[in-house]
Design a protein around this ligand. Structure first.
Ligand SMILES: *Cc1c(COP(=O)(O)O)cnc(C)c1O
Length: 392
């Protein structure tokens, strides 16, 4: 049969990080191995029951069986505004500064369609969440990678950006608390970034997916807490990690009204919004978080502490993450490749971790361990990691 000629943008796609890992897991499981994955950042804890109850009620309402509006229920945009006000002290206009998303991944992938012309630049961090780059590539733009180095606390050095790249840049992507490094940024860094973006006419797209997964009493800030931020920034936020709702696909972009309007118009031409019953569920979660966030964070914090002590025994260098679902661990001296290290771990003890190199070349020499595995399985994985060490 004749082969179909696919577009360059598809041919240029790197193999999706998690797809490759899932393939490896399937292969091992088929061979009878009891594989434990510490690879994927997807909360194992359930969506809070009062949130599920509201979905069950909303599902019965006939009005929710029809097409939703692309820009979301006004009541959801109002609930998002209340959340930003009470959580961050940030005032948002529900009609012009908020658009609900079918998960923030969707909005992140579509934002470059609003800003990038052929040859325009997106500044992305390396290591970083792969979707920032892909969206720009789909839009015909070019990605310039800013290294995130341990020596700089995994913050990009904005003064090191090549002036010719800065001149072509349309978007600067930031993500704190950070996936994969677990690093955090304070308001002083965000202020510097906003100043740089204003001076260079670049939009900052800040990904705050881990806004409410934090430990030791730490409360991650929104970049919109910086005064004047709305002139040059939008922020992605999501119910996925905050409320264990990755499966329901509900998130938001907030901030600069002109960009929110452009994103809404792009989306109107692509999707028909979030199923309304799920929007109602999101309103319940945002308006009545009760103590679910606190209790989830206590579970992750305990897992973090147990994992950190074992990883240190193994000779990995780790810093205490104050937020995110991840431990970013530097491999012992002499270990060359994070992919080889991860493959060896699966082969010899059936434990999956993510090789740092899959987040960019500056991730080489590190692995990422996710805290979203049930306690007993995490403990079993940690025992196996100790065995792995003794076999080497
Ligand atoms: C999990 C995650 C998201 C959230 O994705 P959703 O599509 O909202 O589920 C966004 N950015 C990063 C960096 C993430 O790790």
């Amino acid at each position: 049969m004749k082969e179909i000629e696919l577009a360059d943008r598809v041919k240029q796609l790197p193999p999706y990080l998690f797809a490759r890992i899932s393939e490896l897991i399937t292969e091992k499981r088929n061979a009878g191995v009891d594989v434990i994955s510490l690879g994927i950042g997807d909360p194992d804890l359930p969506t809070p029951s009062h949130v599920l109850d509201s979905l069950a009620v909303a599902a019965q309402n006939n009005e929710n069986h029809r097409y939703p509006e692309s820009d979301g229920l006004p009541a959801l945009r109002e609930a998002i505004a209340r959340w930003y006000s009470s959580r961050h002290g940030v005032t948002l206009d529900p009609d012009s500064e908020i658009v609900p998303l079918i998960g923030s991944k969707e909005g992140i992938a579509h934002l470059p369609l609003c800003l990038i012309n052929a040859g325009d630049v997106s500044l992305v961090t390396d290591p970083g969440y792969p979707v920032y780059e892909i969206g720009t590539m789909f839009a015909g733009g070019r990605n310039v990678r800013l290294p995130l180095l341990e020596a700089n606390d995994y913050l990009p050095d904005l003064s090191a950006i090549d002036p010719s790249d800065a001149a072509r840049a349309k978007i600067l992507w930031l993500n704190y608390p950070n996936n994969p490094t677990g690093a955090i940024a304070d308001l002083a860094f965000f202020e510097k970034a906003i100043d740089w973006a204003s001076a260079n006419d670049v939009l900052i797209a800040h990904d705050l997916a881990y806004a409410d997964v934090a430990f030791d009493g730490y409360k991650p800030p929104s970049i919109l807490e910086v005064s004047g931020a709305k002139d040059v920034a939008i922020e992605f936020n999501s119910l996925s990690k905050t409320f264990n709702m990755t499966g329901w696909r509900v998130a938001m972009a907030v901030g600069n009204a002109q960009v929110i309007d452009a994103l809404t118009r792009v989306k109107t031409n692509i999707d028909s919004g979030i199923p309304q019953a799920i929007q109602e569920m999101a309103i319940t979660a945002l308006d009545d978080p009760r103590d679910s966030i606190e209790s989830h964070n206590q579970i992750y914090e305990k897992r973090r502490d147990r994992a950190l002590s074992v990883l240190r025994e193994l000779g990995l260098t780790v810093s205490d993450p104050k937020a995110s679902l991840y431990i970013w661990a530097r491999l012992p001296q002499g270990v060359e490749s994070s992919a080889d290290y991860a493959a060896k771990l699966i082969d010899s003890v059936g434990v999956v971790v993510t090789p740092g190199a899959s987040y960019g070349e500056n991730g080489e020499g590190y692995i990422r361990i996710s805290l979203t595995t049930p306690d007993d399985r995490l403990d079993e994985a940690l025992v196996r990691l100790q065995e792995f060490d003794s076999k080497r």
